[in-house]
Design a protein. Structure first.
Length: 228
């Protein structure tokens, strides 16, 4: 039976590779590059340590492939938003919501990025794919911003790179520091209701920074903001 299973996986190399990356993502996110063990990864996959080296070369090569897959997943999700088909204001709101939700729902991505920052970005620097993926993210923000500015919706003078940094920073910090922030100040920002409230605050903060007029600027001075 075991031999039949091995033969089945040998006939489906993409499935083998995906299985290795799935397990390796969990291991690197849990233990970091230094603490991750190839024996542990092999034991949890349906292949052998020898095959892992065959596909990825070495431990560093596997770690780099995990990073590439993590960024690829995030950027492909952005592409699926089809921002070009939306009005600029609606498109920017959709992008901020996606970023906030993606960071919250993908703790492994957060931990991998934190690990790579501990390595001063050394392994990302080796990856042409990661640089290309993230260059496309800035291009996407630039195109959206230029479209909104041309239509008079967004104000002048905003650097798309800084706008991307603002969106990423607010989304990343909420997830990366949720444990320590929650222990220090309580969990009210991190239950379902609190998370929804923070998400809306993040969206509104970005929109107030970008819009030519602030959200609600046309409301009366004493009128409460809409909850929608």
């Amino acid at each position: 039976m075991a031999e039949q299973q091995r033969n089945k996986w040998k006939q489906d190399p993409e499935a083998v590779r995906a299985d290795i990356l799935r397990v390796a993502t969990d291991e690197f996110a849990r233990a970091g590059l230094a603490g991750a063990r190839m024996d542990e990864i092999a034991a949890r996959t349906r292949t052998s340590k020898r095959m892992i080296y065959y596909y990825f070369g070495d431990k560093e090569g596997l770690y780099r492939a995990v990073l590439e897959q993590a960024y690829r997943g995030m950027r492909l999700g952005e592409q699926e938003l089809a921002l070009d088909s939306l009005p600029p204001e609606k498109a920017l709101r959709a992008l901020v919501i996606y970023s906030f939700d993606h960071h919250w729902e993908n703790g492994d991505f957060i931990r991998l990025v934190m690990t790579e920052n501990m390595h001063e970005g050394a392994y990302m620097e080796m990856s042409d794919e990661i640089r290309a993926l993230n260059a496309s993210a800035i291009d996407r923000v630039r195109q959206l911003y230029d479209r909104g500015r041309a239509g008079g919706v967004f104000r002048d003078g905003i650097d798309p790179l800084k706008l991307h940094w603002l969106i990423s920073g607010l989304s990343f910090f909420y997830r990366s520091n949720s444990a320590t922030f929650g222990l220090l100040f309580g969990q009210e920002l991190f239950d379902e209701a609190g998370r929804e409230a923070v998400r809306q605050e993040v969206v509104e903060a970005v929109m107030r920074y970008v819009l030519a007029r602030s959200p609600g600027a046309e409301r009366g001075a004493g009128e409460a903001p809409s909850s929608h």
